[in-house]
Design a protein around this ligand. Structure first.
Ligand SMILES: [Zn+2]
Ligand SMILES: [Zn+2]
Ligand SMILES: [Zn+2]
Length: 57
């Protein structure tokens, strides 16, 4: 595991864990079996604490 690889794909900043872009639940690790679908469990932007797909930084 390489923590430094986690980053927000929208702004390129650091990511702090993962967050669902649909229901907003947070997870320490990517949850492929998340109820909304594993593809909704995306990196959480450390700057705005939003899922990277909702990042507005
Ligand atoms: Zn971001
Ligand atoms: Zn969800
Ligand atoms: Zn952001």
């Amino acid at each position: 595991m390489n923590e430094s690889e986690k980053k927000c794909s929208t702004c390129g900043g650091k990511a702090a864990g993962y967050k669902c872009d649909s229901c907003g639940v947070e997870a320490a690790e990517h949850d492929e079996k998340h109820s909304c679908g594993g593809n909704h469990c995306v990196a959480k932007c450390a700057n705005c604490n939003q899922a990277e797909t909702k990042c507005a930084c």
